[in-house]
Unconditional design. Structure first.
Lengths: 597, 337
């Protein structure tokens, strides 16, 4: 009696059935799609551009270089941007006194003169840096770039109330006491009141540091040291249309949607030893869906991903199977790790920290990060391989990639006994909810810790609130986050640019803290102090190594991987190479096209 | 015997007579006299093949959920053991075809971790059914009590409860649950981790579900309280609560049962949605919604991982809906739709 009737409820059920059926079909189609286009194109080959230059001679002038991205820059204002890809991209429209060499691999992290005629003349006490500017350097309206423009551009870093977001190393190094108020509150007529920088004439700029810092020139190579012209400074709106000093200028920008750069006709090739400026036009399109983006890359609609953070699991699989020759697998400079805040018991005891390090299954953690190719090699210490002084997997004090790579339950239990917790303990793993690979590592860690008697609860917090949640030591203690899962990459490739905020006790902050382990070790602080005073490169490298050893000996960190990416390189791109100067990304500035159109 | 049982029986009589006509008028007459409401409903339900199938599936699902440790023990798997040797290190997906389906792993293994999907589906049924049933019970208890009070007493009690129901119906419950769960402490009332989440989900889903039951119960009560048998009871001096619970409540059983069976699948879907959004159960506890959510990254490279929990949710919800429909038709053959 009911079978003939179709109730409203049953209609709903039918509709649901139809939806599921549709879902099944799409899934099935998605699995079977296969186009064998890999053979006919001119892809340079797997890892052909990884730390070496691929197809340099095929680059031709002209054409439109097409970027695509899942995320827009935090700001295109040279003072405010902090994303690595923004620093890389900003070299198209901004120049600095010195910049990273346009060479592949480790050489790309070295400093080369850009607006200046040579690298700095440094006084013997390491506190005075003098530069002379090149001839023929111009703004996009044809006016020359002067030392005062550079000073003004650097002064903007002080205006953190208006121009927040960017790195503040310049401010910390030139004005550690915070005496200067920034150009917008500057009482002097020319707004150039910062005493630490002198501009005796338009061609000379002198930096006077209160304390020597051997990485100062590295910091001047960041785009936050770019010149900005006072009459073109639109303050907080500057990021919508920066005034160009480089080979390209902004044509249009629609935040979150698209960005177009065209040639800056006033820029002269002979004034610029760094930039080759092959394409005529550069476009960036932003997508909200990373899978969609990867598919468009593979299809050939775009040349490369501006974000350079690796392909999504979906696109990666498709690309590895069918277009391996279009991929590079560089080391990113990031280390993915778990860190143990010492404020949370029992992690105040080094033996309990070691118990976690020994108990973890490092191969499983690597798999959770994406495996040896998409995730990276098992991390064995806390200095990224791209930083001078790093020893890579050769330094492996806990045998994380050696004998104990699958975890050592016996050693972990011994450590637990030494810690006074022979039966294990309970703790909480804090992990960002918007990073699937981080959640996967948390689950892996949870599973292996269970075997040694440590019960870990996983707390997934809102990833956009990272600074407020794990950046507040008080909150970490209150919530009992004994294990925090994070990742960190160098701002500039030195031990200071990577580890200072993580390991120096001066950087333990009440909010926005990055020294999650709350490391307060006089020896480490002392090593950093001697590092910044040391001008000799060999000795700097040695100190970097020593700092790394001290950090590892303290057992504050469980490194997961020395991260690797899989990045897409269009077959039409030429002169492609990855550089340590930008954490294993392609060096955008010198990319060219094979057949410009 | 009180009047209420007369009425449905009287209505049902012609129907039953028709149906039984084939078997013979004599028998039919006897049957009409001898059968209770419940029995008639059961007879009708038995004849509804779709509903019966739905009911059987529901019973099987309940059995699976209750016997989860036994079932996974029989196939030699558990939901938390990682089989990373079955994962292709290059892609993070299972090595075998169809998501690694094999004799050992009937539904394959999860990408990256290599946990057995069959075991996780079986254990996931526990969470789905637990939340589905208990939150429906919370909603039905609240809805019945408040609905019957509103309908019976009328006046300011009615307007107050009705306005509360209107308010709750207008409330964005999904957003509220997400906000609530993210500020919940990790341990409370002696519960910890996943148990806290499940407890909160049951309470909140139940709390936002009661107005649906409440409105129906109130409406039904409004019409029932004017019936003669209630008047009769009143004139015989029966107390309010006697009338409420002895006279009215038995007549509300049919719509309440119908609403309960209809509410369970909705609640199962809500649980899946919450776990999908990451505010449901905590890892490593298995849940269908959470499996679907993590399958998004692999819909292309490992479609089976998405298909299996999707089908599990689909079958469960469909079975409950078919069964619920059948029960409604059986209890209330004249029900408008």
């Amino acid at each position: 009696m009911t079978t003939q009737r179709t109730s409203g409820r049953r209609k709903q059920a039918m509709a649901a059935a139809a939806v599921v059926a549709a879902l099944l079909t799409t899934a099935a189609c998605g699995g079977g799609g296969n186009d064998n286009e890999g053979s006919k194109d001119g892809a340079a080959g797997f890892n052909a551009a990884n730390n070496k230059v691929a197809q340099a001679s095929l680059a031709k002038k002209g054409g439109t270089l097409k970027f695509a991205g899942a995320q827009d820059a935090d700001s295109w204002d040279t003072t405010r941007g902090y994303y690595g890809f923004m620093w890389n991209f900003a070299r198209y429209y901004s120049r600095q006194l010195v910049t990273n060499k346009t060479e592949p691999g480790a050489a790309g992290a070295e400093i080369t003169p850009d607006l200046a005629t040579s690298t700095a003349k440094i006084s013997p006490d390491g506190k005075t840096y003098t530069y002379t500017l090149r001839d023929g350097i111009t703004w996009e309206d044809g006016k020359p770039i002067t030392s005062k423009d550079i000073k003004y551009g650097i002064e903007r870093v002080w205006a953190q109330d208006v121009l927040s977001g960017g790195p503040v190393y310049l401010k910390d190094m030139l004005d550690p006491k915070g005496e200067y108020q920034g150009p917008y509150k500057d009482k002097s007529a020319d707004k150039l009141g910062l005493k630490a920088i002198e501009t005796p004439d338009d061609k000379t700029i002198v930096f006077k540091l209160p304390q020597a810092n051997s990485d100062f020139e590295e910091v001047l190579a960041l785009v936050s040291a770019s010149p900005v012209r006072q009459d073109k400074d639109t303050k907080s709106k500057y990021g919508l249309r920066p005034f160009s000093s480089g080979p390209y200028k902004f044509e249009s920008y629609d935040p979150g949607k698209s960005l177009t750069l065209v040639r800056n006709t006033e820029w002269k090739q002979d004034s610029d030893p760094v930039r080759k400026a092959y394409p005529d036009k550069i476009t960036v399109n932003f997508f909200t869906n990373a899978n969609d983006l990867d598919q468009r890359l593979i299809k050939g609609d775009f040349h490369l991903d501006i974000n350079q953070t690796g392909m999504s699991p979906q696109g990666r699989t498709a690309a590895l199977k069918q277009h391996k020759g279009n991929l590079d697998n560089p080391v990113s400079g990031y280390i993915r790790y778990a860190v143990f805040p010492q404020s949370v018991k029992p992690f105040d005891n080094i033996e309990c920290r070691k118990a976690v390090i020994y108990g973890a299954d490092h191969v499983s953690l690597q798999t959770a990060r994406g495996g040896p190719v998409a995730g990276g090699d098992i991390g064995t210490n806390m200095l990224p391989p791209s930083v001078p002084g790093a020893e890579g997997q050769k330094y492996d004090p806990y045998e994380l990639a050696g004998a104990d790579k699958n975890g050592n339950v016996a050693k972990a239990k011994e450590a637990l006994k030494a810690c006074g917790q022979p039966n294990g303990f309970k703790t909480t793993i804090a992990v960002r909810n918007n990073k699937p690979a981080e959640v996967a590592t948390a689950e892996s860690l949870q599973a292996s810790l269970k075997k040694v008697g440590i019960t870990a609860d996983i707390e997934q917090y809102d990833g956009s609130q990272t600074t407020g949640i794990i950046g507040s030591p008080a909150n970490v203690k209150k919530k009992g986050f004994g294990i925090i899962i994070m990742g960190w990459g160098p701002d500039f490739p030195t031990v200071q640019g990577f580890g200072l905020p993580l390991w120096d006790s001066k950087y333990i902050l009440d909010s926005g803290n990055s020294n999650y382990a709350l490391i307060n070790d006089k020896a480490i602080d002392g090593l950093f102090d001697s590092y910044v005073k040391e001008l000799d490169d060999a000795k700097k490298t040695q100190i970097a190594t020593d700092i790394n050893h001290k950090v590892m000996e303290g057992g504050y960190y469980l490194p997961f991987v020395f991260e690797k990416f899989i990045n897409w390189r269009s077959s039409d791109l030429a002169n492609v190479y990855t550089t340590d100067g930008y954490s294993g990304m392609y060096d955008f500035i010198n990319l060219g096209l094979k057949s410009p159109k | 015997m009180t009047a209420p049982l007369h009425e449905p029986t009287a209505e049902a009589a012609p129907n039953a007579a028709e149906e039984a006509a084939v078997a013979g008028a004599e028998e039919a007459k006897q049957a009409v006299q001898g059968r209770s409401l419940g029995r008639i409903a059961w007879e009708r339900l038995k004849r509804d093949k779709l509903a019966l199938t739905g009911g059987i599936v529901v019973l099987v699902l309940i059995a699976i959920a209750l016997l989860a440790p036994v079932i996974t023990g029989l196939v030699g798997q558990d939901p938390e053991t990682r089989h990373e040797d079955l994962i292709d290190p290059l892609f993070g997906t299972p090595t075998g075809s169809l998501g690694g389906i094999s004799g050992d792993h009937l539904f394959g293994v999860e990408p990256v971790s290599g946990r057995d999907i069959f075991a996780r589906i079986v254990y996931g049924a526990q969470i789905s059914l637990l939340v589905g049933f208990l939150s429906a019970i919370v909603a039905v208890i609240l809805g019945t009590v408040l609905g019957i009070l509103a309908g019976f007493f009328g006046g300011w009690v009615d307007s107050f409860i009705s306005r509360v129901m209107d308010g709750l119906l207008a409330f964005p419950q999904l957003l509220f649950i997400i906000a609530l769960v993210s500020v919940m402490p990790n341990s409370m009332l002696g519960l910890e981790g996943t148990s806290v989440r499940v407890f909160v989900m049951i309470l909140v889903i139940g709390f936002f579900g009661w107005p649906y039951v409440g409105r129906v119960v109130r409406g039904q009560t409004l019409s029932l309280r004017e019936r003669e048998y209630v008047e009769a009871a009143r004139s015989l001096g029966a107390g309010r609560f006697y009338i409420l619970f002895k006279e009215l409540l038995p007549n509300l059983v049919a719509p309440i049962i119908v609403y309960t069976t209809m509410m369970i699948p909705t609640n199962i879907l809500t649980e899946a949605a919450l776990s999908f959004l990451g505010v449901g159960v905590k890892p490593p506890t298995a849940s269908w919604g959470q499996m679907l959510s993590s399958a998004i990254d692999y819909y292309d490279s490992d479609p089976m991982y998405m298909v299996i929990p999707g089908v599990a949710i689909f079958i469960t919800v469909l079975a409950f809906n078919l069964f619920g429909d059948g029960v409604r038709d059986a209890l209330d053959p004249k029900g408008s739709r």
